[in-house]
Design a protein around this ligand. Structure first.
Ligand code: NAD
Length: 514
């Protein structure tokens, strides 16, 4: 009798309702080599087809997503607890825009580029080529489960790589949806594979020697992945956490800034790597601003219907982090301006939208990523103080500066140690696929989006071309008699006043030595 192997399953509980909505088969660890084998076989063919031919599949994928936009939004919403509007605006739209951008720009960005050849290398031509890397492993988180998986995937695919995605086990339904979308777009077998499971599955794929790892997630996991990548010399991009400051000067449009603070802090229930996690307000307007902010927050509705503003939390464990940070702050004298003390929180995944004041710079609520609907407000007196406070954490992903003084805004933006800064708006740089995206300090290593976001998935290859007509080169053997001539040639060439006649004479003299 044969025993039937039990396939482990991921259970999908809708966070907003607590209902079991699906079960998804996990990838087993022993299948990992098979994934890589299929990926490598597919790579051999996919990397050889032209970019326009690759992009035909992208067009099918885009159209399929346009046709099924509502169904995809509902899957995202069920799986994460986010409201439908946020599923479509902040997860589906950026994915479609990235695909669109790639369709329009990939051929130009990834084709052979001419490079300058210095005069000293007379007679040669120089180029840069972009050569596909191989099998790219994408590991993604749960907060924007569609775009944070699909954007790196399509970027890697455009460059001729095959892709293995390991989506978050917290939102496996979206992982399944992505797998299905690529399958139905007709991508050749093995070009795109999706492995379902948790951190053990992620670790097994990381150890499976991919040619590149694109990771989005926590700093903790990012460091584990980078260690494994270092062992095998695998290049990586790490998109990690954030603790983004929002700086409001007294001359800002306060009404707009208050609306932005409410949205920037509470969109996606605050589970955004680029959400406004710290609010710094100039002291002279702090009372007025706090009142505006509180009235914005009080107007927000929480729920899961189509008109709700704020959905539920996605990941149960995240609630504990938010709670612990708030408890520490309250115990040390912080004051609740909106929301409830954690002892009064209700069961379930909807957390009160919380604004706190009387907060110290060394509290967890200021120093550690919260990833929940909790906004600490701090006052400052000078521009220098605001910059110092804003730069005073280990993170540096995004930030925003609010003032009508353009010069001040640009000056402060330049002084912030951050991968992106928005002036008089929040978060929005991520929606412009033409801008690079990534963090400084513990927020990550590397960038994607824009031209660089396609080229990271390729080896940059330097090519120089000589017609091969001359029998020798001046720097080749024999060296006899060349040193004094080179000395003269280089002193003249690199000196302040170049003498071209003397250069030509020395160059010809060098050529004659055979
Ligand atoms: P996480 O690090 O717990 O998990 C991310 C992914 O890594 C998941 O797919 C998980 O299964 C996998 N994983 C976990 N341990 C692993 C291991 N040892 N080896 C290989 N894979 C492993 O992060 P999360 O909780 O899913 O996401 C939230 C975090 O992501 C937050 O810190 C947030 O700031 C960050 N984030 C960053 C960005 C960005 O672009 N910078 C965007 C969104 C989220």
């Amino acid at each position: 009798m044969h025993s039937v192997e039990q396939v482990p399953k991921l259970t999908v509980i809708a966070p907003a309702t607590g209902q079991l909505i699906a079960e998804i088969e996990e990838t087993r660890i022993h299948e990992v080599p098979l994934f890589y084998q299929r990926g490598r076989n597919a790579f051999a063919a996919w990397s050889c087809i032209s970019i326009p031919d690759r992009l035909r599949y992208f067009r099918k994928l885009k159209q399929l997503m346009v046709d099924e936009m509502d169904q995809i939004a509902r899957i995202i919403s069920d799986d994460t607890g986010k409201v439908l509007t946020e599923a479509i605006v902040a997860d589906i739209m950026p994915t479609l825009d990235a695909i669109d951008h790639i369709i329009r720009h990939a051929e130009k960005v990834l084709s052979r580029q001419k490079a300058k050849t210095p005069f000293l290398l007379i007679g040669k031509k120089s180029y840069i080529e972009y050569m596909s890397r191989g099998v790219v492993l994408v590991i993604s988180p749960w907060n924007y489960p569609l775009q944070l998986a699909m954007v790196p995937m399509v970027s890697a695919l455009a460059g001729g790589n095959s892709v293995i995605l390991k989506p978050s086990e917290v939102t496996p339904l979206v992982g399944k949806c992505i797998e299905d979308l690529f399958n139905r777009s007709g991508f050749p077998e093995g070009t795109v594979q999706v492995a379902h499971g948790g951190k053990e599955v992620g670790a097994a794929f990381t150890e499976g020697k991919p040619d590149y790892i694109f990771f989005t997630g926590s700093v903790r996991t990012g460091k584990i992945i980078q260690q494994q990548a270092a062992r095998d010399l695998i290049p990586t991009t790490l998109e990690l956490g954030g603790k983004d400051p929002m700086i409001v000067f007294k001359d800002a449009n306060l009404e707009r800034a208050a609306k932005a603070a409410a949205w920037g802090a509470f969109t996606n229930s605050g589970q955004v790597c680029m959400s406004a996690e710290r609010l710094y307000v100039e002291r002279s307007i702090s009372d007025e601003f706090l009142e505006l902010l509180k009235s914005e927050v009080r107007n927000l509705t929480q729920g899961s219907d189509e008109n709700a503003d704020v959905g539920s939390m996605t990941f149960p464990a995240q609630k504990d982090i938010v709670k612990a940070q708030l408890e520490e702050a309250l115990a040390r004298g912080a004051k609740l301006e909106t929301g409830l003390e954690p002892v009064n929180w209700q069961e379930g995944m909807f957390l009160p939208l919380t604004v706190v004041t009387h907060v110290e710079q060394d509290m967890k609520i200021i120093q550690e990523e919260t990833f929940g609907p909790l906004l600490p407000v701090v006052h400052f007196d000078t521009e220098d103080e605001a910059v110092t406070l804003a730069n005073g954490t280990v993170f540096g992903l995004n930030a925003s500066v609010w003032t009508k003084d353009k010069e001040k805004a640009r000056r402060v933006a330049s002084r912030l140690v951050s991968g992106a800064v928005v002036i008089n708006d929040v978060i929005i740089t991520v929606a412009n696929h033409g801008l690079p995206f990534g963090g400084t300090k513990d927020s990550g290593i590397g960038r994607y989006h824009a031209e660089g976001g396609l080229r990271i998935f390729c080896h940059e290859k330097a090519i120089m071309e000589d017609l091969g007509l001359m029998n020798s080169e001046i720097q080749w053997y024999p060296y006899k008699g060349k040193y004094p001539l080179f000395l003269k040639l280089f002193k003249n060439y690199f000196g302040e006043k170049r003498n071209w006649l003397s250069f030509a004479k020395d160059y010809l003299a060098l050529l004659k030595i055979k």
